[in-house]
Design a protein around this ligand. Structure first.
Ligand SMILES: Cc1cc2nc3c(=O)[nH]c(=O)nc-3n(C[C@H](O)[C@H](O)[C@H](O)COP(=O)(O)O)c2cc1C
Length: 308
């Protein structure tokens, strides 16, 4: 049987179910092209704010047995420069890109969503869930259903593109937050952003490994949590989910699709293993489809839903 990796999501077709999550390969046109060439069906930009942000002083990324701890501090060139890179990418590569936006209040999300709508991006993602800037901005918006609803509602009002709300594993009741995003008009949700923050210690100098001390946790350690949260949410909401968190093999990507995700983010694995991980994963998903007689990832059966 001829199988295809083509995946339908929000009315569009993608060459693979694999998505480059926000922030993993930065923001330049070249890095987005690199990700596309590596085999991602959809690439996401670094989260862009209204003004450029320098981010935190290094070291800001460290590896540990379970993955990565990072506290980049949302460094980005600002919406104007970021959209220029996206424009260039779309013009040269003609592949779909999702623009990630970061703000701390409704007014700024409205303005960002309006500006991003005139770009070449196909979707807008709202980063409501970064745990690395708590010193500056306090608890992420994604912890509160009222704040999530307010930000999504504002962005949707000004957006001419489908809006995806990126949620946090730190929320006490994630399905309730996902439902609030849906009711406020989100076309989809993506989950999970990094967990924590957490801490790693350099025992030789008796100091935190990261200069900002704490950072968000991603990579293999968070996979079971991400799968469980996607599975839990899919029974509660009708909008589709981009599932991510610790996925680093074809089998884990299939697990994420079975848990209920429509597309699968692969972030830390690219940091830890290089972009060749994508070739291996796309080939492995194709093998799985052939073996199990599914024509495309859209036909992979979902695990029984938990209706609560
Ligand atoms: C170095 C690094 C930078 C990140 N930057 C962003 C960002 O700018 N915006 C965002 O929404 N998520 C950001 N994330 C979170 C990822 O998009 C993703 O949600 C998370 O890492 C879980 O997926 P993974 O385990 O496959 O990496 C970042 C993660 C890492 C490791």
């Amino acid at each position: 049987m001829a199988v295809s990796l083509c995946t339908r999501f929000l009315g569009r077709e993608f060459s693979s179910p694999l998505v480059l999550p926000a922030g993993i390969l930065g923001m330049s046109y070249g890095s987005l092209q690199f990700a596309h060439d590596a085999g991602f069906g959809l690439v996401t930009s670094k989260s862009l704010s209204l003004e450029p942000r320098k981010g935190h002083e290094g070291p800001v990324v460290a590896r540990f047995g379970g993955g990565i701890l990072n506290s980049l501090g949302l460094c980005n060139p600002g919406i104007d420069a970021g959209l220029k890179e996206i424009e260039e990418f779309s013009c040269m590569v003609k592949a779909p890109v999702m623009v990630s936006l970061f703000a701390t209040n409704r007014h700024d999300f409205e303005e960002l969503a309006g500006r991003a709508s005139d770009s070449a991006a196909v979707f807008i993602e709202l980063n409501l869930s970064c745990p690395n800037v708590m010193d500056e901005f306090g608890i992420p918006l994604a912890s509160s259903k009222e704040l999530v609803a307010d930000m999504v509602e504002g962005a949707v009002k000004y957006a001419k593109l489908p809006v995806v709300a990126k949620l946090s594993p730190n929320a006490l009741d994630l399905p309730v937050i996902a439902l609030a995003a849906q009711e406020a008009g989100a076309a989809a949700v993506s989950m999970i952003n990094t967990l924590g923050p957490g801490l790693l210690i350099d025992t030789a100098v008796r100091k935190p490994v990261l200069a900002p001390r704490y950072g968000g946790i991603s990579g293999p350690a968070v996979l079971p949590l991400a799968l469980k949260l996607v599975h839990e949410c899919v029974g509660r909401i009708k909008i589709p989910i981009i599932g991510m968190g610790g996925v680093s093999s074809a089998d884990e990507a299939v697990q994420m699709l079975m848990a209920g995700a429509s597309m699968v983010g692969v972030g830390s694995a690219v940091w830890l293993e290089g972009a060749q991980v994508l070739t291996r994963m796309n080939a492995g998903i194709r093998d799985y489809l052939e073996r199990e007689n599914f024509v495309s990832p859209d036909f992979i059966p979902k695990l029984e839903r938990k209706n609560v």
